[in-house]
Design a protein around this ligand. Structure first.
Ligand code: NI
Length: 183
């Protein structure tokens, strides 16, 4: 078991459009570590760039609800279409601790993705799974829930966002200076 640090708002990797996965050889270990990290943080979904990995990969586990019995891994995901009624639902985010927002999203999503065995799938999702997929796909495109609300709503979290950015900058700086001590 390896729990990775979850990076927060202000870290540039969370603003990146993540790279496609081409090498599947060590992915199983990466995914295991991502699940450990997500469970440790009490999350139901986690995108690879939230643990500092520039990969189009995310995981979801909503087995605590009645909707799903298994956890999910989505690799090289691409949203083909979104449809159905738009609904508000309160979303939190492991990279935005202390912030939750009502986010408007369509009910259904059709996702093209690869599973760990490299097989391509095209599948329609509804309910909480559709919601979580849209949230994680946003991450992989460099987008946060705070980007999906009005400026008036976002401004309420101005201090939190500033603090998170400052802490992310500090963390990045300390990581760089640590590289000097290879003993
Ligand atoms: Ni999130």
């Amino acid at each position: 078991m390896a729990v990775m640090d979850i990076v927060h708002y202000g870290d540039p990797i969370l603003r990146k459009i993540c790279d496609s996965v081409s090498d599947f050889s060590n992915l199983e270990n990466v995914i295991d570590d991502m699940f450990d990290s997500m469970y440790e943080a009490d999350g139901i979904g986690l995108a690879a760039n939230q643990v500092g990995l520039d990969l189009n990969l995310f995981i979801i586990d909503i087995t605590h609800t009645d909707e799903e019995e298994e956890s999910h891994v989505f690799i090289n995901g691409e949203i083909l279409s979104k449809d159905g009624d738009e609904e508000f639902f309160q979303e939190g985010c492991l990279s935005l601790p202390g912030i939750s927002l009502d986010i408007l999203r369509p009910e259904r999503v059709t996702l093209k993705y690869q599973s760990l065995d490299e097989i391509w799938h095209e599948e329609e999702f509804t309910g909480l799974l559709s919601r979580a997929i849209q949230h994680e796909m946003d991450h992989l495109k460099g987008k946060f829930i705070v980007d999906r609300v009005s400026q008036a709503e976002r401004i309420q979290f101005k201090k939190e966002l500033r603090d998170l950015t400052e802490n992310s900058n500090k963390r990045l700086k300390s990581k760089v200076s640590k590289k000097g001590f290879v003993l």
